[in-house]
Design a protein around this ligand. Structure first.
Ligand SMILES: [Mg+2]
Length: 375
């Protein structure tokens, strides 16, 4: 059995000109940071992962070096402890799965028991544009064959958000499924705005029901279980959430208390593939949807799509895309070439062992950075 010989972590930053004004961030982003984790075994293989910045991880590296690489459950237990005491170390779990796949000659989705490599995407927009601008985004989404579009709420006035949604529905009719992300579950470090309260969320949900929205995402703070349950019990719309919720007992609590229809924990930021695979199966068995948050870089998208195809399958998966500020080239700059959908919005996972990605070493060299933050 191969043993882990070393773990190498590098930080990267892609300059963004024009900047990316993410709707959930109060500061336009002038750079796109990424952290890459490479785990090597003593037979010369390497697995890669990305996601969280892995700050402070060097203090824990000795807990993995010299251990058998394929003991994923053991590594996951240590990663859970690190997650509790410090930053989110989940990119290492992703890298260990990539390594395990390469060792066993299998793609990750097959190792997890997946039956089909095909997943259908929804376009996840990220910018608050004018009404005309948003209608254009929707029209382009339709023309690209993508069957669903997620729109961001959170403009100064609710009426502005609703005008955008009305205009999109009017322009595309029922040819697109529409999701709405309220982004009230968590905040960026510099943002002190409170989350919506239940009363406001109810006001919004009534409007979304009229517009036949497929799911309403993060309408309340991530810990407002009772609020989510009440909102969901109205029965008019699917509720989605838990994208960065980090503890497995919290995911289960949300499932058992009937708070959500769509569960979105992101494997590169919470739980890893090892922690989320059993939960995703449980969600599917209960007749709910599992569709990870994937907003981040292409390596993270691939890790989550491998997880979904290997477990729950059968759902729309998040495809971050909002040109010109958020293009596949920017999003996937760690990769040799950007990930692509076919002309009907399907993504087909590769048969290549592990995650099936190839790094762009030239770009990685060019974007090397000492820090892994947005500024
Ligand atoms: Mg979201």
């Amino acid at each position: 059995m191969a043993r882990i010989s070393r773990i190498v972590i590098t930080h990267h930053q892609l300059p963004l000109e024009p900047p990316f004004p993410a709707s959930w961030d109060t500061r336009p982003r002038t750079r796109f940071p990424a952290t890459l984790v490479r785990v090597f075994d003593d037979e010369g293989r390497v697995g890669v992962g990305s996601g969280d910045a892995m700050l402070g991880f060097s203090n824990y590296e000795h807990l993995f070096v010299g251990q058998e690489a394929l003991e994923l459950d053991r590594h996951h237990a240590i990663l859970m402890n690190i997650d509790f005491h410090g930053a989110r170390p989940w990119p290492l779990d992703i890298a260990l799965w990539d390594l395990a796949g390469k060792t066993q000659g299998q793609p990750v989705w097959k190792m997890l028991g997946g039956k089909t490599p095909r997943l259908r995407a929804y376009q996840s927009s990220g910018v608050h544009r004018s009404i005309d601008g948003m209608v254009e985004v929707a029209t382009r989404c339709l023309a690209a064959g993508i069957p669903a579009l997620k729109v961001r709420f959170g403009r100064k006035d609710l009426s502005e958000d609703l005008s955008v949604l009305h205009a999109i529905r009017e322009a595309v009719g029922d040819r697109l499924e529409l999701m709405v992300d309220c982004n009230q579950g968590w905040r960026m470090p510099w943002d002190t705005a409170p989350s919506w309260d239940l009363e406001h969320a109810v006001r919004v949900v009534k409007e979304l029901e009229k517009l036949r929205v497929f799911w309403m995402e993060e309408p309340l703070h991530r810990g407002d279980y009772e609020g989510m349950r009440k909102l969901r019990n109205r029965g008019g719309i699917r509720l989605a959430g838990a994208e960065l919720t980090r503890e497995p007992y919290e995911w289960r609590e949300l499932l058992q208390r009937d708070c959500l229809d769509v569960f979105q924990p992101d494997a590169v930021l919470t739980g890893g593939i090892t922690g989320l695979a059993p939960f995703a199966r449980e969600v599917a068995q209960r007749g709910r949807l599992f569709s990870s948050h994937t907003w981040g870089n292409g390596l993270g998208i691939m890790a989550n799509l491998q997880l979904i195809a290997g477990t729950a399958g059968e759902t729309f998966v998040e495809w971050p895309l909002d040109a010109p500020e958020w293009t596949p080239e920017r999003r996937d700059y760690l990769l040799q070439s950007p990930l692509e959908l076919d002309s009907e919005g399907w993504f087909t996972l590769p048969e290549t062992p592990g995650l099936g990605i190839e790094l762009n070493e030239v770009m990685l060299e060019k974007t090397l950075s000492k820090t892994a933050t947005f500024h």
